[in-house]
Design a protein around this ligand. Sequence first.
Ligand code: C2O
Ligand code: CU
Length: 430
Amino acid sequence: MLRAAPGRVQLAPEGYGKTDVWAFGDSVPGPVLRGVQGDRMRVRVDNGLDEPTTVHWHGLRLENAMDGVPGLTQEAIGPGETFDYDFRLPDAGTYWYHSHQRSFEQVARGLYGPLIIDERERPDVDADEVVVLDDWRLVGEGEIADGFGGLHDAAHGGRIGNWVTVNGVGGEWQRPMARGMRVRLRLINVANGRIFSLRLRGMRAAVVALDGQPVALPQETESIALAPAQRVDLVADITAEEGGEALILSRERDGDFAIVSFPVEPGKAPRADEILALPSNDVPVPDAEALAAVPLRPLRMEGGAMRGMASARLDGEELGPRELAARGMVWALNGEAGMPDEPFAEVRRGETVRIDMINDTAWPHGMHLHGHHFVTVRDGAIGPLRDTLAVAPDDHDEIAFVADNPGDWLIHCHMLEHAQAGMMTWIRVT
Ligand code: C2O
Ligand code: CU
């Protein structure tokens, strides 16, 4: 049972009050839901809020009816009602769940949690830590600021906050580690709009998975960019000296701040062996050779501050920027603001889909596809699998995927104010 309800948690620094949140299971983040690859997961969601909600299982290749999108895959769960989610777990890895109803407000108020699918054979690590990064906009004694879905945030980088938490802890989340330990770190960015730019210190770390899917060749790294909804799994050897600390720093305008600290206890010399790849989940990946024959479908992003757009369609009407803004719309995908009646693409099950994600705006966007994982394609070469891709301003990225999961699936920007203000469309797989 997973209950969504109002709650109070200590997010702000000591000396400030508790914060009124909306939470799953009375905590922010909500409880870690854990399953094993190949099993099913059953979760009864009980809505203790006084407005409707749903739960979306972000990154899972599950049955369409369990995807948690109100008005597309289910009716929203009314106050006092329950809904039974029951879905397959085809892929091991790091995922998350969150409200998909007025998500720009419900997620910002705390309705999210980690969803971890374990490999049938556990990888060789000494510890496994979930690291959920959020960004809150707090005012006064630590209350969440109002103004959800405001047009100014929507037209810029989304609701950027002023208080970062890790696993619900502000300032610095700490966990002691012995020197030489090999730890898997599962980083999840649940913020509405903030792209985290992270540095790693006192550890030798390699990226082993992106958005849950293992990468073929883990690369050592000291820095990570994490757009909203993205995940990165690291395997890290703690190399800092005993008495020191290993750190994850967040790069802000005015410097680097430690948000995670691993105080280092006596242990052993760090391992010298290579950090190995996790076993692949066998997501079907399009064949590079065959791709050339697949039509490239443009998905053009327009609008937002500093660029705007001449017009866009909304509910079947072509409207100018002022009329669009009056109806809360400042972005468009292929000239459509908001969820169009017709899908962006209708394809047969098993077909390969190629999309050119064209960012004609002055802002980065974190584009998310439901129910599938896609690869990026650069100069004909296939990149790693992802479910959420950051596309830089005035750039474009080609993605491709095998549409093997029947149903109606959203494609939207995961900067939740952008999605609300127009950047949302869908594909139909028959
Ligand atoms: Cu993380 Cu449409 O969702
Ligand atoms: Cu966006």
